[in-house]
Design a protein around this ligand. Structure first.
Ligand SMILES: Nc1ncnc2c1ncn2[C@@H]1O[C@H](COP(=O)(O)OP(=O)(O)OP(=O)(O)O)[C@@H](O)[C@H]1O
Ligand SMILES: [Mg+2]
Length: 233
């Protein structure tokens, strides 16, 4: 299979055993969502894949092992993480944020991003720190694209955003998918997962306790009630 395969992933913070054998796979061109309560280990899973957390287990991308590589080498193999805190340079404007991240040879230039993100184009010369939460999220995704990734790891992109912005992000994720990007999305909103992901994995206490298609997610009310917070189920 081409794409990402994570097998039996374990991670610790000091003595606390946070990931206890996570298995996830994302086929090339597909979008997979990881759902789970606060503290389930979603961010730790993404950070482990990126080499930002010391973890044990097998991680391969298109058959090549990533587990022993440094983060910049993992990035060079086509993985990019958009972290929870969005991590944009607040004192730089939108264009500068994109230009700094641009990697030579990437088809994703700042101008190409402006086409895909009209709301960023309108704020082109605004300091990133003055953007709304939704605009900062778009900028964080656009920044990740500048490195020409084949696999995007998105950590709760819609968290705390107004419904109309959430819809805009859903459309954006769908258009990235239509352009061939592979996406591993961490989300607490089931509606967003249903709208963009092909398959879903529910993480609870550091283990994947359920995986399935969108159709089976919709008919698995008991699973959702057991493993997710009610407001999200
Ligand atoms: N730097 C850290 N040091 C110690 N413990 C941590 C650290 N980061 C996370 N943890 C703990 O590890 C567990 C998993 O955290 P993680 O951030 O992966 O969860 P999450 O599913 O992303 O949660 P959220 O939905 O709140 O973002 C939690 O119990 C958390 O308290
Ligand atoms: Mg998290």
């Amino acid at each position: 299979m081409t794409g990402l395969i994570v097998r039996d992933l374990h991670a610790w913070y000091e003595k606390s055993h946070v990931l206890q054998g996570v298995d996830v796979q994302v086929q090339r061109g597909q979008t997979v969502a990881i759902l789970g309560r606060n503290g389930a280990g979603k961010t730790t899973t993404l950070r482990s894949i990126m080499g930002l957390v010391h973890a044990q287990g097998t991680i391969t991308f298109d058959g090549n092992p990533l587990s022993e590589l440094a983060t910049h080498e993992i990035a060079r193999r086509g993985l990019a993480l958009v972290p929870e805190n969005r991590a944009v340079f607040t004192t730089l404007d939108v264009q500068e944020n994109l230009s700094i991240a641009f990697r030579k040879g990437s088809p994703w230039t700042p101008d190409a991003a402006a086409e895909l993100f009209p709301s960023l184009k309108r704020r082109w010369k605004s300091a990133a720190g003055r953007l709304s939460g939704g605009e900062q999220q778009m900028l964080a995704i656009a920044r990740a694209l500048m490195t020409n990734p084949s696999l995007l790891l998105l950590d709760e992109p819609t968290e705390g955003l107004a419904p109309v912005i959430v819809d805009e992000l859903v459309q954006l994720m769908l258009s990235l998918k239509a352009r061939g990007l592979t996406i591993l999305l961490v989300e607490q909103s089931i509606q967003v997962c249903r709208a963009v992901a092909d398959t879903h994995a529910i993480l609870d206490e550091g283990r994947v306790v359920w995986t399935g298609t969108t159709a089976s997610l919709s008919s698995s009310g008991e699973v959702l009630a057991k493993h997710l917070t009610l407001e999200n189920a």
